[in-house]
Design a protein around this ligand. Structure first.
Ligand code: KIV
Length: 290
């Protein structure tokens, strides 16, 4: 697949350039799962900035502007303090940096739980301000009516069941869900309720594998797993986790690289060269013209 941006060598800045590459749509993602089977698993990663989106776009089906930006970008302890404005600004940057992937934006805590009308106002604001195509809501049966309300009014909804980080104060932590029969049954029921409400896809996060499989088999829309199962119809990870930007990551993360080590080594070299007056050299300075 061709890249979706061009590097301007004069300024060293990446300029997104429209490519003859159509952006994936919500129906195209929904239709990946036919008759309970998904031949091509859905590839989703989180993105928060334009440059990150440019690098991920050609390889992904969905870029999720996750409220995990709380921890990844803002150094917050949880996703609870995230605001609509934070989500809108990062989502707009991700839309500007991508041409191919469907961009889905998380509804932050407090922006949709009070009523379906509140949810509509928040979601409409996010889509208008950013150009993203869909929103993601955490919760199951309790927000199914809201999901249907949004969907019927032109706002596609991705659901999110199992471990729902915005509920950390109720759950008491980020441990895997679905270990008791009651919890397992609730997760499957939540998935079914959102499927029935018209969700075009469902994130299943941090659940014991048999429950992720049962929920995937119980719904007609694709499921996207994180700490769930390879049997899900797609997978998502927090990009900065899989790239190795953090020392501690959840057990379900596979670290594909150690980018933090590369950054530290590179910055140490820069600092050493500045301190020893070895940077900048003639190559990086402007000399008078003869
Ligand atoms: O906020 C986020 O990044 C998410 C993913 C982990 C699914 O919701």
């Amino acid at each position: 697949m061709s890249t979706t941006f061009k590097l301007d060598t004069a300024t060293s800045r990446a300029h997104p350039t429209p490519q003859p590459m159509r952006r994936l749509t919500v129906p195209a993602i929904r239709e990946r799962k036919h008759g309970g089977v998904t031949e091509e698993p859905i590839v989703m990663l989180t993105a928060y900035t334009a440059r990150q989106a440019q690098l991920l776009d050609a390889h992904c089906d969905i870029l999720l502007v996750g409220d995990s930006l709380a921890q990844v970008i803002y150094g917050l302890d949880s996703t609870v303090p995230v605001t609509l404005e934070m989500m809108a600004n990062h989502a707009a940057a991700v839309v500007r940096g991508s041409y191919h992937s469907l961009v889905v934006v998380d509804m932050p805590f407090g922006a949709y739980e009070a009523s379906k009308e509140q949810a509509f106002e928040s979601a409409a604001y996010l889509l208008k301000a950013s150009g993203a195509a869909a929103v993601k809501l955490e919760g199951g049966a309790a927000i199914a009516e809201t999901a249907a309300f949004l969907n019927q009014r032109g706002i596609p909804v991705m659901g999110h069941v199992g471990l729902t980080p915005q509920a950390v104060n109720v759950l008491g932590g980020y441990g895997a869900r679905g270990r008791s029969d009651a919890e397992a049954e609730k997760i499957v029921d939540d998935a079914k309720a959102l499927d029935k409400a018209g969700a075009f896809a469902l994130v299943i996060e941090g659940v014991v594998e048999p429950i992720a499989i049962e929920a995937t088999n119980a719904v007609s829309c694709p499921t996207i797993g994180i700490g769930a199962s390879a049997h899900c119809d797609g997978q998502v990870l927090v990009t900065d986790d899989m790239l190795g930007m953090f020392d501690r990551v959840p057990r379900f993360v596979k670290r594909y690289e150690n980018i933090a080590a590369i950054i530290e080594k590179t910055v140490a070299q820069y600092a050493e060269e500045v301190r020893n007056r070895r940077f900048p050299t003639e190559e990086q300075t402007y000399q008078p013209k003869d």
